[in-house]
Design a protein around this ligand. Structure first.
Ligand SMILES: Nc1nc2c(c(=O)[nH]1)N[C@H]1C(S)=C(S)[C@@H](COP(=O)(O)O)O[C@H]1N2
Ligand SMILES: [Mo]
Length: 322
């Protein structure tokens, strides 16, 4: 286990991750129904895809934005989650994130920009046309999913707020509210959860500001009402439930770097050749295809997005800048 015992922190190593997503299968639901158990006795999140508002997006024309891999089922993508504000167990966010209030919601734009200010989420949603993007998402723990996201390039927002010449990095600050987020009491990380990108990474067209998935608004457990998604970086760079975007001159600290600097760096690009200090990053388990005998997949450099993003890191020693 990935113990930071003083903080009660548990981040399992790849070999210790439950082999099956923790959700009720269709068969289990059928059995429950046959046994006479009312479907309503099940928690809301176990009753199949939730009734979420539709949020369609036009197929993206950004290079690399529509991978051909078979998308993960919506049930898997919304029931096997990392969202430590709701607990460290994969099933915790789906079971608990109903307490997250996603309206009213604002996102503050701060720091080195000519147009700072506070955006209401519904105005932010309309800043640019919504696109559907089918991205791989690979967690540092060694599992991956393929999710059809709905959103637009973060670059659209960045251009609108006009960064100054001093804006070298972008920091994301996510919600930290004890009243809505039971995991904050656990003290597994320093809250709020913060992440950061270099300006060229933030401006890359594949860097998505996501408001939805599977043609609907984001389920709370996936980071409603707005999150980042960077498909070539480990999942933890894709901060959920963003409330603040800061433009800064110095490389900002990120939550994972602060928690365990020897294991997590600022860049955290998916890289099969640079192992995590305690486990290999060479292969991954695709959620939904993991039967007892199915093979792990080879992890691809930059999660398969090397043609699009490799140039951002030309000349960098990726063993040092992990
Ligand atoms: N605010 C916040 N964002 C977060 C996390 C978190 O704990 N808190 N976990 C990260 C990790 S480790 C991963 S793998 C992805 C998971 O996204 P998903 O649950 O939508 O698949 O969210 C990332 N964003
Ligand atoms: Mo992750």
């Amino acid at each position: 286990m990935h113990y930071l015992q003083d903080r009660g922190f548990v981040h399992p190593v790849a070999s210790e991750i439950t082999p099956q997503p923790v959700y009720l299968s269709r068969r289990q639901l059928m059995q429950a129904a046959l046994a006479g158990a009312a479907a309503t006795a099940l928690p809301a999140w176990a009753q199949g895809p939730q009734a979420l508002a539709p949020l369609p997006g036009a197929k993206s024309s950004v290079a690399g934005a529509l991978v051909m891999d078979k998308p993960t089922s919506q049930a898997d993508a919304s029931s096997y989650n990392n969202f430590y504000e709701f607990g460290t167990d994969k099933a915790d966010p789906a079971a608990r994130a109903h307490t997250l209030k996603t309206r009213p919601w604002t996102v503050a734009i701060e720091g080195e920009v000519k147009k700072p200010g506070t955006w209401d989420i519904d105005a932010l949603l309309k800043l640019a046309p919504l696109e559907e993007r089918i991205y791989r998402l690979r967690c540092v723990e060694g599992w991956s999913m393929v999710i059809p996201w709905v959103g637009y390039s973060l670059a659209e927002l960045i251009k609108r707020v006009e960064p100054t010449g001093n804006a070298k990095y972008v920091q994301f600050v996510t919600l930290a509210d004890k009243a809505q987020m039971p995991g904050l009491r656990g003290g597994s990380l320093d809250w709020p959860y913060v992440e950061g990108l270099r300006m060229d990474e933030a401006l890359h067209p594949l860097t998505l500001l996501a408001f939805g998935m599977y043609g609907q608004v984001l389920p709370n457990q996936n980071g409603a009402p707005v999150r980042a998604v960077l498909p070539w970086k480990y999942g933890f760079k894709s901060g959920k439930s963003i409330v603040r975007i800061r433009f800064v001159e110095k490389q900002p600290k990120t939550s994972w770097e602060s928690a365990i600097p020897s294991e997590y760096g600022f860049f955290s690009n998916v890289n099969p050749k640079v192992d995590h200090p305690r486990w290999s990053q060479a292969t991954e388990r695709r959620i939904g295809e993991d039967t007892l005998f199915s093979k792990r997949r080879a992890t691809l450099m930059f999660n398969g997005y090397e043609p699009q993003v490799g140039q951002l890191y030309a000349g960098m020693d990726l063993k040092r800048h992990y």
